[in-house]
Design a protein around this ligand. Structure first.
Ligand code: GLC
Length: 559
């Protein structure tokens, strides 16, 4: 279980930070985020100085897609895999970003969207033009059986049937997501070869890894069999009402991922991370590491995002991971991403605690002190919440469509609003220029922004900064064994992270209640505060004392 530090890889010890490029920083001052904006903000992320007073200290950036795209799904619909979308800049800008990031010790991970392309991709334009062309079989084309309106009952994740009629071929093509995102036919060896060529293109350029978008749906049943409807489900137009036996998580998908991994293995030290979003079934996700550890390095599972802010639930998810993931594989956790409401928006209503700052610090501690690689989503480190006041005409998420039975599509824009840099015009998104950003900035930006937060020693941002440093300096937190001291957690969690030479105890009180002791089983030891919401770093703590309301403490056993 416990590995010697030297053999750990950067993607195991490091902290990965997701940037949604459209709303991170607008370098060319046209209202839309871009690569030059990110380059200008690199020092904030990591300026290379371990004692920096201003930088966050992350180790890698995962960039949501930056390739050429008509932006129906804001980059998750790619029309040219080997170029940068002019919205974001050029290949030269990308090379500069890569170089400057590497100089600061930041790795770059690209989002690889290869389940589908845009319907504007030349491959699809060719494929959809006729039955007789070299790319005719590059997508999932089907003709319905006589008397049937559609080839089968497969649904789109975004709502309604997954089949779209194409007049030129008098056939339907399948799309797991929006109709502008036709699914590739991964059974076709030419498709696979073309994608592996794209992967090599970016690896040759120096990228450090990929986040595989929708990596559990690549392969589809070659016989296009109907998915069974779930027991008692009545709405046949809802993706979640089906058992996805034939369009998701097929054995063939593992072979594809093994092939992709083999391409990465041609290069040194690159990482493969996959969005294994499989009906929240942890086992199905973790087997994406591969029986022989030859698939994903990190499988992104959805335990924390789908949990309420409740210790018993969250701890159960950690324990499931600890039991399920093989010793040679590595867990990976996140709280927020570009597809779901931010955790402070999700959890504030279901929490015992109405103080979002307390939740933010406790959640940060949990994420950065469980065993595994943490993924942060931009703005999370500030305590950004969803902007739920975006007027309808300003919404940008055009991909999520209405199903026949759902009235309002859930826009994902609330969690994608501009990063809040300062109290100036539009939160400093366009570096001081008064230019309307792509999405409206949250109204709380005058109080909640990087500049203000850096000046407040108790801010969420400074808490994250300290937490990242504590993690970096503690081998127990980076790779030590995880062991809980509370077996039926109700309103608090206490756990240990242990290596042969270091023991760290993490205590999180989720409530106003104070009857919880840090621990009753360990006595006679002395424990030093590494980081706490209630005590100065360096103070000695008695474990037998009660936790204070909403206390978060990370303690190190003194030697
Ligand atoms: C993934 C992305 C999401 C996108 C979808 C289709 O789930 O995270 O943003 O819309 O795939 O590419």
């Amino acid at each position: 279980m416990v590995k010697p530090s030297q053999s750990l890889k950067w993607w195991q010890e490091g902290v990965i930070y997701q940037i949604y490029p459209l709303t991170y920083a607008d370098g060319n001052q046209d209202g839309t985020g871009d690569l030059r904006g990110i380059i200008r903000r690199l020092d904030y992320l990591n300026d290379g100085d371990p004692d920096s007073a201003t930088s966050l200290g992350i180790d890698a950036i995962w960039l949501s897609p930056i390739n050429t795209s008509p932006m129906v799904d804001n980059g998750y619909d790619i029309a040219d895999y080997k170029d940068i979308c002019p919205t974001f800049g050029s290949l030269e800008d990308f090379d500069e970003l890569l170089e400057k990031a590497h100089q600061r010790g930041i790795r770059i991970i690209l989002d690889l969207v290869i389940n589908h392309t845009s319907n504007q991709h030349p491959w699809f334009l060719e494929s959809s033009a006729s039955h007789e062309n070299p790319k005719a079989d590059w997508y999932l084309w089907q003709t319905p059986f006589a008397g049937q309106k559609l080839p089968n009952n497969w649904q789109s994740y975004f709502g309604g049937t997954g089949w779209k009629y194409c007049e030129a071929r008098d056939q339907f093509y399948f799309h797991t997501f929006n109709e502008n995102q036709p699914d590739l036919n991964w059974h076709n060896p030419d498709v696979r070869a073309a994608i592996y060529d794209i992967i090599r293109f970016w690896l040759d350029r120096g990228v450090d890894g990929f986040r595989l978008d929708a990596s559990s749906v690549y392969s589809k049943d070659p016989y296009f069999r109907d998915n069974p409807l779930k027991y008692e489900a009545t709405d046949r137009n809802n993706y979640n009402n089906y058992h996805h036996l034939y369009d998701k998580n097929l054995p063939e998908t593992h072979r594809i991922i093994r092939e992709i991994r083999a391409v990465l293995e041609e290069y040194d030290d690159r990482a493969l991370i996959g969005e294994t979003f499989i009906d929240n079934r942890l086992y199905d996700s973790v087997i994406f590491h591969g029986v022989d550890q030859d698939e994903l390095h990190l499988a992104i599972t959805f335990e924390f995002p789908f949990s309420p802010w409740y210790p018993g639930y969250l701890q159960r998810e950690i324990e499931k991971n600890e039991i399920t993931i093989q010793p040679s594989a590595w867990p990976c956790y996140f709280l927020d991403n570009h597809d779901i409401p931010r955790h402070l928006s999700r959890w504030i209503d279901c929490s015992l605690c109405v103080d979002s700052e307390a939740i933010a610090k406790a959640a940060a501690t949990l994420l950065l002190t469980v065993r595994g690689t943490p993924l942060l989503y931009y703005g999370q480190e500030l305590g950004m919440v969803d902007n739920t006041d975006i007027p309808e005409e300003k919404l940008q998420d055009r991909a999520v469509v209405q199903s026949e039975t759902e009235e309002t599509p859930d826009s994902r824009d609330g969690a994608r609003t501009p990063m809040q840099w300062d109290g100036g015009s539009h939160a400093g998104f366009s570096f001081g220029q008064d230019i309307e950003p792509w999405l409206p900035v949250h109204a709380n930006y005058p109080e909640l922004n990087v500049q203000t937060a850096l000046q407040n020693p108790d801010s969420i941002l400074n808490f994250y900064r300290r937490l990242l440093r504590v993690r970096k300096q503690s081998e127990a937190l980076r790779w030590g064994k995880w062991r809980t001291l509370v077996h039926y957690p109700h309103e608090h969690m206490v756990y240990l992270r242990e290596t042969k030479t270091e023991t760290v105890l993490v205590a999180i009180n989720f409530s106003y209640e104070q009857p919880f002791k840090r621990d009753v089983t360990i006595d006679g030891e002395s424990w030093t505060v590494l980081l706490s919401t209630h005590y100065e770093a360096g103070k000695l703590i008695d474990l037998a004392d009660n936790l204070q309301a909403f206390e978060v403490s990370i303690l190190q056993k003194s030697r």
